[in-house]
Design a protein around this ligand. Structure first.
Ligand SMILES: [Zn+2]
Length: 278
């Protein structure tokens, strides 16, 4: 068994977490979650005479308010909807995704290392300023695969071990570790997805392109939602920042978290939630 499947095989004890959730839904909300179908962003966008997309801002806000309303009081129907939505991934799907991502990250890291051997590419890399979160996300979604990457993908067809056998042992170890680290930052262990609580929603990525998250940052708490993964939560979750991922924790907790200006993780770790449930 390789490192990856060893770690992914942690069983998800649904009953245990449902039980904990009945006592304090927030505890469940902190560990596991399910997602809602993406709002059809095509219906929310119209194009101006230059063909540039314009956000129908009000429609978007109304749509998201509807979505938020559905979650009210930890509505079981909302949670059920999350479980059958297109955004929800089963344990098997997550296993598969982790393996696919692992293969891709091995190849990407290998190509990055190759780039570093090229002095010109290194200079360009060092000169690039640190992108803002928004720029990073736009780049991420618009990212085109390089011809070298496509070629490697084709050649090794998902066979990580076969690919690794082509590089020297020291490099193998480095690539394994790096790839695994990158997978952990973007795909949860099977059964540990934040979506598995039925209390998390992935909003359409449109919010990134049109600064829509500013409205969310200012208003979502009022509807019981908080942003789950930020730069500040990395040290607790090891998950990369996700602007689109919002978590229902109830109005009481969300308002307190917003007032304190902290992350949900600090809210739990520092025990603030206790005074709210007494
Ligand atoms: Zn998500």
């Amino acid at each position: 068994m390789d490192k990856l499947s060893e770690k992914s095989s942690v069983p998800f004890d649904q009953e245990k977490y449902e039980e904990a959730g009945r006592k304090d839904p927030l505890l469940v909300a902190c560990n596991y979650s399910f997602s809602l179908p993406e709002i059809d962003s095509d219906n929310l966008v119209e194009y101006d005479n230059q063909g540039k997309p314009v956000l129908l801002h009000k429609l978007m806000i109304d749509g998201i308010k509807e979505l938020f309303k559905a979650a009210e009081d930890f509505n079981p129907e909302f949670r059920q909807a999350c479980k059958i939505s297109s955004g929800y991934r089963s344990i098997e799907q997550l296993e598969q995704l982790r393996h696919d991502r692992y293969f891709l990250k091995l190849l990407e890291t290998y190509l990055e290392k190759e780039d570093e051997k090229d002095p010109l590419k290194m200079i360009q890399k060092n000169m690039a300023r640190k992108p803002t979160e928004q720029e990073r996300l736009i780049k991420y979604f618009g990212l085109k695969k390089s011809p070298e990457l496509i070629e490697l993908e084709k050649k090794f067809a998902g066979d990580s071990e076969k690919f690794l056998s082509t590089v020297d042992p020291e490099m193998q170890e480095f690539l394994r570790e790096e790839a695994l680290k990158k997978v952990d930052q973007s795909v949860p262990y099977a059964g540990r997805s934040d979506h598995h609580t039925g209390l998390a929603v992935d909003l359409p990525h449109t919010i990134v392109k049109w600064n829509f998250y500013e409205w969310l940052e200012a208003n979502a708490y009022f509807h019981g939602f908080i942003r789950r993964y930020t730069e500040e939560t990395i040290k607790y979750t090891r998950v990369n920042p996700e602007i689109w991922h919002w978590r229902y924790v109830g109005k009481k907790h969300a308002t307190k978290i917003h007032e304190l200006g902290i992350t949900i993780d600090e809210y739990i770790v520092d025990g603030h939630y206790k005074e709210m449930i007494e």
